[in-house]
Each structure stands twice: as C-alpha cells, then as structure tokens.
Design a protein around this ligand. Structure first.
Ligand SMILES: Cc1ncc(COP(=O)(O)O)c(C=O)c1O
Length: 392
C-alpha cells in the first residue's frame, strides 16, 4: 500500500527525510494486454511472420484515423524518416530542422546527404519557432523537417505558409504524436509526408516499428519501393532500395493496441488537464504550452523549472523528486547543436539561445493512461515539498 505523507513538509528524502511515497509513481506503463498477446499468437500460429494482413490493417486504420490518404508501415521511426526524406530531399539541400528534437529528425537528414539548418525553439511551447525558421532561409533552403514535440503539433499553418512562400517540401516527424489534432483535423492532412515511431515506449508501441503517411499517390509508390528493395515483381528491382519492412507480429500488436488508443489518449489528455491545474498553484514550475489550435497526444508532459526561483539545478531538483517517489526524465539534456555528431554542420549558423535554455530547465512528469488519484496526490505533494525546500 502506498503511503502518502501529510502535506506539512518534513526534510527532503535525499537528506534522510521520509519520502512522500515509498512506492514510486510509474513513469510510464508497458500497457500490454492479453488481447495483444493473443493477437501475436494468432500470427505465430498462422506462420505468416512477414508484413502481411496485420501490417496492411494497421496502415488502413492509421491512415483513416490521421486523415491521410496513404500509410506505409516500416521497421522503425528512424527508417520512416529516411523513407520520407529520400524522395523529397536531394543530396546537398539545406533543410530547416528544429534544434529542439530527438536526434533522428536531424541525423537522417545527414544520412540523406543534406545539411541540417537548425531552427531555435519557441520559448512557451518548445516547438519549432516558425519566425526563426523564416530568418534562416537562404536560396539553398529546400525543405523543413518539423517535429511535433512531446505529441503536440507545431504551428502547422505557420510552417505550411512558410513552405508555400519559399517552395519548400515539408516532412512532419510525428514519432510522439499518434492521434494528435490540429484545428480539428488529423495531422496526416498536412505537409508532404508524416512519420511515426512505434518504439516500445511510444503511445502506440509495437516494440520496434514505424510508419510514413502521405497524400500523394506517386510519393506513396516511391516510398513502398524504397521500403522493399525497389521490387516491382518477384526478384525484379526497378530501383535501389532497402529492407525497411515491419513484420506481422508487430502489426498484430499495433492493431490490437489501436483498439484502445483513442481511450488511452483521452486519459492522457485528462491527466494533462490535472497537471495543468496542479502546476498553476506551484511557484517556479510551468508546463510547456500547447500550440494554438493543437490538441496534443501527450506522449510526454514536460515542465519548465524557472531556475531563478530555486537554489539548485534542474538535475538536483529532479533527483530530489525521484527520492520522494516521483521519477522524471529529461527530454532532452542537450539541444541538437550541442550534439557532437553535428559539429561539422554548425559553421555560419546563428545561435539557438532558447533551445539551449530549455535543455537546462525541462523535465517530464509521469504520463500514461493509468495514473490514479493517488499518483496525482504523490506528484503534487512531492512537487510542493521540493519547491518549498529548494525555493529562494
Ligand atoms: C521525435 C522522434 N523522432 C524519431 C524517433 C525515432 O524513432 P525510432 O526509435 O522508432 O527509430 C523518435 C523515437 O524516439 C522520436 O521521438
């Protein structure tokens, strides 16, 4: 049984005090159910392990749910980015990409032979700053690869307007944003292509897996060819491609979990509303705001710590929270311009002050569909206790 301490704050658990809860709040849920296991067993019994009817079903259903015309499963979210980038961008192109994202959004541009032009983040949302993107455009700019960070759509209208006025191709990285909405529409409607990850911790998790969606028939054909060695007939290869296919065991898990995804996403949204209300009463902490017109999928619920209000670093703050029974994670500890992998691409690029500041401030609270009243009480008491102890 979890013990939740009385609101009067004693010494911090990191200093030998009693933790708010001896049972840590789960940061995320594996969330697999018997139905998922049975779905995989059915595939195993059939002997059809390659991409077949379950991958096809996942494609049809995800296309419908995200309002896209075509959906193509693939091996993972990184492959999905490669499958989208290769037909849309050329070697040597400059492509705008958020400096505040997971590495793959930018590293797969490098794999394509493009130069990543890093764009700073918007301070209130943590999403790509479209005005900053506009300032970085040159005659060599050919595209934008924008990430719907934490599950929240970026300012899609802003990105699309910029793309229209400079004739740029747009890929949206929705690895964290299954079922997110923008102005009431599925995010599959926007841009040239949208990519997803079904990695083990994602909102729709198949272990490893990914998807590209698009609305252009010719592009969908190119992506399908690239995904499977350019094969147009048995052992006839019209073009060079890869083996980036998913398999039907992952497809079966995806379909089975998709039955619950809307419900689970609604629960994430309800949890986010509770955190919003909780944080409104706690000095020095504020959530990253949602983009105007966007409904987030809340893959993560990410908070900014105002370092001027505390006598500690973000890392010391979250260590204290962890000791009280509230595990957190940092997404991300570095902006992409500070990743050694991109050192060679930074010459001549203007600085990224907002992203660099976010890297010192942000942390993510437990977020999943299984959070209980008791979990919320623990998080609130721990946040109040640590902010009171660390406050200036
Ligand atoms: C924003 C973003 N892009 C791309 C990826 C890559 O996806 P995968 O791990 O399936 O290759 C991830 C996964 O962590 C991600 O969060």
């Amino acid at each position: 049984m979890t013990t939740v301490a009385a609101p009067a704050h004693g010494p911090l658990a990191i200093n030998g005090g009693t933790p708010v809860s001896r049972t840590p709040v789960p940061f995320m849920l594996p969330g697999l159910q018997e139905a998922d296991i049975e779905a995989v067993n059915k595939v195993l019994r059939s002997g059809m392990l390659r991409a077949a009817s379950k991958c096809a079903e996942l494609e049809t259903r995800m296309a419908e749910l995200s309002h896209a015309r075509h959906a193509m499963t693939c091996a993972n979210g990184t492959c999905a980015l490669q499958l989208a980038y290769e037909p849309l961008f050329e070697r040597g192109d400059d492509i705008l990409v958020p400096c505040w994202s997971y590495i793959a959004t930018a590293s797969m541009l490098v794999a394509r032979g493009c130069r990543p032009i890093f764009v700073d983040a918007d301070e209130t949302t943590g999403q790509i700053d479209v005005a900053d993107a506009a300032r970085r455009i040159t005659p060599r700019t050919r595209g934008i690869a924008a990430t719907h960070m934490y599950g929240c759509p970026v300012d899609i209208d802003g990105v699309q307007a910029l793309a229209r006025s400079h004739n740029l191709k747009v890929v949206y990285d929705a690895a964290q944003a299954h079922l997110a909405l923008y102005k009431g529409k599925g995010i599959g409607q926007f841009g040239d292509a949208v990519t997803y990850s079904f990695y083990a911790t994602k909102n729709l998790a198949t272990g490893e897996g990914g998807m590209v969606t698009c609305n252009d028939d010719a592009l969908a054909t190119k992506i399908k060819l690239l995904r499977s060695h350019g094969e147009t007939d048995k052992y006839l290869h019209e073009s060079v491609g890869y083996n980036y296919r998913m398999n039907d065991m992952a497809g079966a898990i995806g379909c089975s979990r998709l039955d619950r995804l809307q419900r689970e996403t609604d629960a994430r949204r309800a949890a986010a509303r509770r955190y919003d209300a909780m944080l409104a009463g706690i000095r020095g902490l504020a959530p990253l705001a949602a983009t105007a017109g966007a409904v987030s999928a809340y893959h993560l619920y990410t908070v900014k710590l105002d370092l001027a209000t505390v006598r500690c670093t973000r890392d010391e703050f979250i260590k204290a929270l962890g000791a009280e029974g509230v595990p957190t994670a940092v997404h991300y500890p570095r902006s992409l311009n500070n990743q050694p992998a991109f050192k060679a691409f930074l010459a001549g690029q203007k600085p990224w002050p907002v992203a660099e500041k976010l890297a010192t401030q942000v942390f993510s609270l437990p977020m999943h569909h299984g959070l209980t009243d008791e979990h919320f009480a623990t998080v609130e008491q721990a946040l109040r206790k640590v902010t009171a102890a660390m406050g200036r």
